[in-house]
Design a protein around this ligand. Structure first.
Ligand SMILES: Nc1ncnc2c1ncn2[C@@H]1O[C@H](COP(=O)(O)OP(=O)(O)OP(=O)(O)O)[C@@H](O)[C@H]1O
Ligand SMILES: O=P(O)(O)OC[C@H]1O[C@H](OP(=O)(O)OP(=O)(O)O)[C@H](O)[C@@H]1O
Ligand SMILES: O=C(O)c1cccnc1
Ligand SMILES: [Mg+2]
Length: 558
């Protein structure tokens, strides 16, 4: 903050602003401005404060969380500036009034004096561990609390939700995020697409998210497309060029119809054939004419096995005559396990009967109110689904509405601070800290340890006492095979620290996938997972409890 005319390096130059233009310094709670005023009035506003941002409990009954939202925080800090309209609003509309001198102060502030240290985005993280440590003039850092918590809360929640869906679905399945229509407003939708991708989804149907973040776009078609057709006569241009361009089939519709008749008589259907719905056949044929290279049909508008599947096969076989390979089908209702198995059997049988290599392997996509539980149930029953389209439960984080992210003062003017609570889980861990992840002999992460900033770092091969921050009896020695320091510098402020480069989204996603793969399976399982240990050094433990006793008044019994 270039307030005293002192010469300060401006960090973060060239970093674009937040993705959502609504993310401005005004996107904060009024009490941040009123506290900033009171700090200013007390002449305290420049005092150097350290805040930790962390959460207290993993979401969804799990024992891990995927950290996301960091890039948006860095973009926010790098471009922090109130404009005249903002100042004018503050002047006239806060529920309390502030002197003009404060407004001048607000006019001049930026975040060039703010240092942000963070765990890299996409990392697997645990309760109580600071995801970010923010240092700077207390009035300024205070103003960052609400936007930072806002930017990280939903991002981390939805990334974790996506990672959990990926975990149940399995590595080999394609996961498509279909939630935009059901998301909590436009930012909820765009954010959910971005952070589901980080958590391990493969693509989104959300075009804006594709454009903004380079997430692959995928999609099928809806029931409306199928039911909009009445009959095959609606198809005017019936011609389709062969894939190799050698000739053109003048009447693709007739080719489809002739295949439908063959299927009708085929052994594959075991004589189980009724009249298929002709409007559905018209819709599929039309779709194939529009996308002969990418034909995928939604087969449940009328009757999956009696109409959708035979119609789809007729079109796919006709395409195959012209050298095209159909992609597959989407099921959006009914018993997805049963239907997928029936469909697969039929595809395989047609492959055999008509000698069409690959037909049996066509892709089966399932959708319809899917969530972790339904994916798990499908796995238990056995199914033939290759891809899932997931919307509502994923993007709204239906199973848990918020991650309890908090932003707490841990030091001011180099003096550690603590917040005491009746609930031990709410007592803060004071001091400017460092965080290390210690790995064991089989390569798995064993424990995260928080130490004071100036303590020597844990060394590979050295025995370290790791203590539970609040429970005296819980402690263990660890001899790490690998030590990883977690907090890195993303905004150097006026220090001479080297700033991390913000990685592209796909690198963040890869980090997340890799870290989750390296987690011990007992931390990952859905039922009664083992908590991952978060500890403090012996020195920090002693200091926490010294400060706790120091700050807590001694009660008096009467
Ligand atoms: N084999 C299965 N095991 C467990 N859950 C399933 C299975 N197949 C589908 N489901 C789930 O069961 C629910 C079925 O919902 P619902 O009864 O509203 O749909 P439907 O009757 O199949 O479809 P629609 O009403 O759209 O025609 C969905 O949440 C779906 O994901
Ligand atoms: O079920 P979700 O996980 O939210 O996934 C997205 C859903 O959105 C679409 O239909 P929509 O729900 O609009 O209509 P439908 O329920 O009648 O299929 C699609 O067919 C999916 O069913
Ligand atoms: O492309 C799809 O199939 C799709 C997209 C959004 C919602 N439901 C389905
Ligand atoms: Mg639905």
């Amino acid at each position: 903050m270039a307030v005293n005319g002192s010469k300060k390096k401006k960090s973060g130059q060239g970093i674009p602003g937040p993705t959502n233009p609504m993310v401005t310094p005004m996107l904060t709670d009024q009490y941040q401005f009123t506290m900033a005023y009171a700090y200013w009035k007390a002449g305290k506003h420049q005092e150097r404060a350290v805040f930790d941002l962390y959460f207290r409990k993993n979401p969804f009954g799990g024992e891990y969380t995927v950290f996301a939202g960091l890039e948006e925080c860095v973009r926010f800090v790098a471009n922090y500036k109130l404009n005249e309209e903002d100042i004018d609003y503050i002047k006239n509309n806060l529920s309390v009034s502030c002197e003009d001198g404060f407004l001048d102060y607000l006019r001049r502030i930026d975040c060039s004096d703010v240092e942000v240290y963070a765990i890299p985005e996409g990392s697997v993280v645990f309760p109580k561990v600071p995801l970010l440590r923010i240092e700077g003039p207390i009035a300024v850092v205070q103003l960052l609390e609400t936007p930072f918590v806002n930017l990280i809360n939903f991002a981390s929640l939805v990334s974790t939700n996506a990672a959990r869906h990926r975990f149940v679905a399995g590595k080999t399945k394609t996961l498509l995020e279909f939630g935009l229509r059901r998301a909590q407003g436009p930012d909820g939708g765009v954010g959910a697409s971005k952070y589901s991708y980080i958590g391990g989804f493969d693509a989104t149907s959300n075009v804006a998210a594709g454009m903004l973040f380079g997430i692959p776009l995928r999609g099928t078609h809806s029931h409306a497309f199928v039911s909009s057709f009445m009959n095959l006569d609606e198809i005017k241009d019936k011609s389709l060029r062969k894939k190799d361009g050698s000739s053109t089939c003048k009447d693709f519709v007739s080719l489809v119809q002739s295949w439908l008749r063959k299927i009708e008589r085929s052994n594959s259907l075991h004589g189980n054939f009724a009249e298929t719905n002709q409007s559905e056949l018209a819709a599929f044929t039309s779709y194939a004419l529009a996308f002969p290279h990418n034909f995928l049909a939604l087969v449940d508008t009328y009757d999956v096995m009696r109409s959708g599947i035979p119609n789809f096969c007729a079109v796919a076989l006709a395409l195959s005559d012209l050298g095209y390979k159909a992609i597959g089908i989407r099921l959006d209702s009914g018993d997805l396990a049963y239907l997928s198995c029936e469909v697969r059997k039929l595809f395989c049988s047609i492959e055999k009967e008509f000698g069409l290599p690959g037909f049996g392997k066509m892709s089966i996509t399932a959708s319809n109110d899917l969530n972790e539980e339904t994916l798990d149930a499908l796995n238990k029953q056995g199914h033939e689904i290759d891809a899932y389209g997931i919307g509502t439960y994923l993007v709204t984080c239906y199973a848990q509405a918020a991650l309890g992210v908090v932003f707490k003062l841990v030091e001011i003017n180099n003096k550690p601070r603590i917040k005491i609570s009746e609930a031990v889980s709410k007592v803060t861990i004071p001091c400017k800290k460092r965080i290390y992840r210690l790995y064991g002999k089989d390569g798995y992460a064993l424990v995260d340890i928080l130490t004071g900033e100036n303590e020597p770092s844990p060394k590979v091969g050295e025995r370290i006492l790791c203590r539970h921050p609040f429970e005296e009896s819980k402690r263990a020695y660890v001899v790490p095979r690998k030590v990883e320091e977690l907090l890195r510098c993303y905004c150097a402020g006026s220090s001479d620290k080297k700033e991390e480069i913000l990685p592209p989204l796909k690198d963040i996603r890869e980090r997340c996938i890799k870290q989750l793969e390296q987690m011990r399976s007992d931390h990952m399982r859905r039922l009664n997972p083992t908590p991952y240990k978060v500890s403090v050094s012996a020195k920090l433990y002693d200091f926490i409890h010294f400060l706790w006793l120091n700050e807590a008044p001694v009660g008096e019994l009467r």
